[in-house]
Design a protein around this ligand. Structure first.
Ligand code: AMP
Ligand code: TRP
Length: 325
């Protein structure tokens, strides 16, 4: 199967990004053709600092590599290095109704968040994402829950294109992790963990052990004192149990048993240790890669050239079908 997914290089990737998306990618690269993108053209639709963008791109690449994406097996590249993404996005915009885009939850949320930055790029964001996916004739898109609606729109656009101009694109499906598709904020467990929120609400993959310890110990918990998984009654503890379970491979029942009769404090201390140990290789790899810019850039160059070969072939077909060639 051809797999495609991407993350915006907006800095400070967190364990939600890892557990919702990247962790799934690792298993998939063994038996599929995987393309993993750093979507810089998406990152510029919300306020950003141009001076930081290149640094964030390299940092996101370091996360991919530290997490275990193997550049010999998977294609890793930067979206803007393959111009066909922007070209296909434009072409697909001409068959996407404005109404569909106005309904997108992320657009509504982001335009509320950045009232003075509601640009046409933010509105057309899901069409660029559809172009990313369709350019590689992708069958499956591993993402977190918040991106399901966008992948659904990519399906609709693929169907419409095929009906209007002739069969070109498979209809892509999203793949969500069974658990962890929505990791919640540490300070408000009713909201998803997000890098644009308060730093205390979110554990970055490169946080220092001291910061991780502090954030987990002060994470919002619920009334009562038993460590029990119950999303409606104990959303805070349930979120922490989910993280514990995903990082150790143990079931939540098993973890509940271990902490029976103990309080939230003991549980949080143990979780802090689990998270600190799990993320240790990320911190190490990031430090190592910071001194190896040339190596990382070389991976991205090779990735872009492999991606371009596939993208060009698709575009020739698309231009022909649409009467542009
Ligand atoms: P973004 O940082 O918005 O570019 O998201 C990159 C990937 O991480 C997407 O597949 C998202 O669905 C996923 N993701 C982001 N936040 C979370 C979260 N809190 N829980 C699970 N997955 C998430
Ligand atoms: N929109 C996604 C997000 O905010 C990132 C993204 C862009 C993406 N293009 C994609 C994800 C293609 C999957 C496939 O997380």
């Amino acid at each position: 199967m051809r797999i495609f997914s991407g993350i915006r290089p907006t800095g400070g990737l967190h364990i939600g990004n890892y557990l919702g998306a990247i962790k799934q990618w690792i298993a998939m690269q063994e038996s599929n053709e995987c393309v993993f993108c750093i979507v810089d053209l998406h990152a510029i639709t919300t306020p950003y600092d141009p001076k930081e963008l290149q640094k964030n791109i390299l940092e996101t690449t370091a996360v991919y590599l530290a997490a275990g994406i193997n550049p010999d097996k998977s294609v890793i590249f930067v979206q803007s290095a393959v111009k066909e993404h922007a070209e296909l996005a434009w072409l697909l915009e001409t068959i996407t109704p404005m109404g569909e885009l106005g309904r997108m939850t992320q657009y509504k949320e982001k335009s509320k968040q950045h009232k003075d930055y509601i640009n046409a790029g933010l509105f057309a964001y899901p069409v660029l994402m559809a172009a990313d996916i369709l350019l590689y004739k992708t069958q499956a898109v591993p993402v977190g829950k918040d991106q399901e609606q966008h992948v659904e729109l990519a399906r609709t656009i693929a169907k419409k294109f095929n009906q209007k101009f002739g069969q070109v694109f498979p209809e892509p499906e999203s793949i969500l992790p069974k658990v962890g598709a929505k990791i919640m904020s540490l300070t408000d467990p009713k909201k998803k963990m997000s890098k644009s929120d308060d730093p205390k609400s979110c554990i970055s993959l490169f946080d220092s052990p001291e910061d991780i310890q502090k954030k987990i110990m002060s994470a919002e918990t619920d009334s009562g004192k038993e460590v029990i998984y119950n999303v409606t009654k104990k959303p805070g503890i349930s979120n922490l149990l989910t993280i514990y379970s995903l990082l150790t491979g143990r079931t939540t029942q098993d973890i509940e048993k271990e902490f029976k009769g103990k309080g939230y404090g003991d549980f949080k201390k143990a979780l802090a240790k689990v998270v600190i140990d799990y993320l240790e290789p990320f911190r190490r790899k990031q430090k190592e890669l910071q001194t190896r810019d040339v190596y990382v850039k070389d991976i991205l160059d090779k990735g872009a050239s492999r991606a371009k070969t596939i993208a060009e072939t698709t575009m020739q077909e698309v231009r022909q079908k649409m009467g542009l060639a």
